[in-house]
Design a protein around this ligand. Structure first.
Ligand SMILES: [Zn+2]
Length: 189
């Protein structure tokens, strides 16, 4: 049974931080893990490939004005759009409502957590998405509690309800890469 969809985007051929992350961000002494990554909006960021939904190489989800209008028309709340001064009409997107990822079921691999920030430098195995809750989600946009990837490039999985998904797919927006989230996968049967 499909309970929701994940929302990925095509690569936009851009880095939020092409060199290194700025020193004014809150970071853990462990290995430059940025702890307030969602606030890491570079005023110099220029999107190289303009899509409605896309990811930077360093794990930031960038959306267009059109996507923002869709979210507002759908009255979806608890999301953030951070303006990108050097890329007018584009935003860094984050979702605030958290869904718990079932790391045990998916057998996610965590590297040894840092003793200071309790984060793993590497978290591998996000796909297919396994959620702890297995009820159908009709509408809304959410994020996973677990962030995947490595070091400063980690990002949560964005999850959308099935009704929101069908409207989004019908909108003709570009760059969307979305997959079914099931309550049970073949390997679990
Ligand atoms: Zn740390």
């Amino acid at each position: 049974m499909i309970i929701a969809y994940d929302l990925f985007g095509h690569d936009n051929l851009s880095f939020m931080w092409p060199n290194s992350v700025p020193a004014n961000l809150e970071r853990c002494p462990c290995d430059d893990l940025v702890l307030n990554n969602e606030k890491a909006v570079s005023s110099d960021f220029k999107i190289k490939k303009k899509l409605d939904v896309s990811y930077t190489y360093d794990g930031y989800l960038i959306v267009s004005e059109r996507f923002k209008e869709f979210v507002q028309t759908e009255k979806i709340t608890d999301v953030n759009f951070y303006g990108l001064p050097a890329s007018p009409g584009y935003y860094l997107f984050t979702a605030k409502n958290i869904l718990e990822f079932d790391a045990l079921r998916r057998r996610v691999k965590f590297s040894k957590p840092c003793e200071v920030c309790n984060q793993s430098l590497e978290v591998i195995g996000s796909s297919p998405v396994c959620l702890k809750q297995n009820e159908v989600i009709k509408r809304g946009i959410f994020r996973s509690d677990v962030e995947f990837g490595e070091k400063n490039n980690k990002f949560p999985i964005i999850i959308i309800g099935i009704d929101t998904h069908s409207k989004l797919m019908a909108s003709g927006m570009t760059g969307i890469d979305s997959h079914e989230i099931l309550d049970k996968y073949d390997w679990e049967k």
